[in-house]
Design a protein around this ligand. Sequence first.
Ligand code: NAD
Length: 497
Amino acid sequence: MRTIKHWIGGRETAGESTRSGPVYNPATGEEQARVLLAERADVDAAVRAAKQAFQTWQDVSVVKRARIMFAFRELVHRHLDDLARIVADEHGKVVSDARGEVIRGLEVVEFACGIPHLLKGEYSDQVSTDVDSYGFRQPLGVCAGITPFNFPVMVPMWMHPIAIATGNTFVLKPSERDPSASNFVAELYQQAGLPDGVFNVVHGDKAAVDAVLDHPDIAAVSFVGSTPIAKYVYERASARGKRVQALGGAKNHAVVLPDADLDYAADQIVSAAYGSAGQRCMAISAVVAVGETGPVLVEKIAERARRLRVGPGRDERSQMGPVVTGEARDRIAGYIERGLAEGAKLVLDGRDVTVPGHERGFFLGPSLFDQVTPEMSVYRDEIFGPVLVVLRADTLDEAIALVNANQYGNGTAIFTSSGEAARRFQRDVHVGMIGVNVPIPVPMAFYSFGGWKDSLFGDRHIHGPEGVSFYTRAKVVTSRWPHVERPVEAHLHFPTA
Ligand code: NAD
């Protein structure tokens, strides 16, 4: 059986690891590899390599750093299909969806290629006699990323291209469920000319995460994952003086107004709810049908969801792959049971799906609940699977109040033909990313991504301008070159212009 090792200082290594975990092929249910689980000593070794590399990398010219990013961009682009297949085999999502994930990650690399422009400082001439003021930003040192299973290429790429382009070195602790893509990315960085030690990968579980959070030589931690762990990471790492951005879970509402095109809304909602088997932090998991829309909308969603082809990610005919593990499948099935017990109406039951030839795969079909109320666990909790719940509201204001009462504030969408309603919605919801007739409003790489409330701990969103700000710190210089013929007299008063 294949063993997936760490990548430290430019090569694969087992380090001090003696424990390992299973990596499944979700389409067959078989264990296809073992991934090493790092001990504290392995994290120490990765940080040592990164710290040493920082000594020289921080002084490499910004133009050269950008050129390495351009070379890396070309390699990722050339290997797009290889990366997509690695993702499909370990995560389970269909290859076309995996390609989409790699492309969205690539867009952050492309953004990072513009780092010379992004790092241009500010300059104010003659703020006082012979005095100028200017500001510029410098890297932090060793930065770490801890990432979830659901986007094994894209989410790490929200972090490392910007961290590295701004002059930091990086230690990535990817999800132990689909670890292979990170080692492939490390090889591509090496081929692109990135010096060894600038990008390192340490595989592992809580032990590795805790070692990262406690390490005195790590300056900043970017985390993406579930809310309880995001909160834990934020509190533990910031208590040790690190800069932290920790993105958490979500319950994303689609609010559908009576004036919306219901066929269009149903198409968009089905793709956003069941794409990647609902395992996206921006998936639509709750629909709020406003006014009279409920019965017709539920019927239109059910009709489309019923036709979805569930199958292995490698099969081009599949539209929805399996979920990531058997444990995830059982947890999601448990929610369907609970929804029924709580009195919701199960319109579509995904538990009885079978995929011929893949009977042991972790498959679930699309499930749809109607008549859901806010106190039910199928609404309150993030299920993170192909389960969509429909709630009702009498008015737009009621729908907005529902969205705002929710614990999470990652993404939301409104479907309407009224510009006035859309504008009111975008101004009044307490949510970080909003779609107007767009179901998954993931910001482009040159904007920043982040939610509100329990969907983000820390104050800076990820990638885009806030990413550059997160991975750098500012200096402001006040400089005087006195005119030789205009001697400056010293005073004891506080200097003013
Ligand atoms: P997770 O929280 O279980 O794991 C995320 C990372 O934390 C992994 O690297 C994992 O090894 C580590 N981890 C897990 N348990 C830990 C513990 N007890 N102590 C320390 N570290 C621990 O999340 P997941 O199941 O891999 O991913 C799904 C979650 O991620 C969902 O909640 C989803 O909404 C969220 N997510 C959020 C965003 C966002 O942008 N807000 C994006 C993608 C995924």
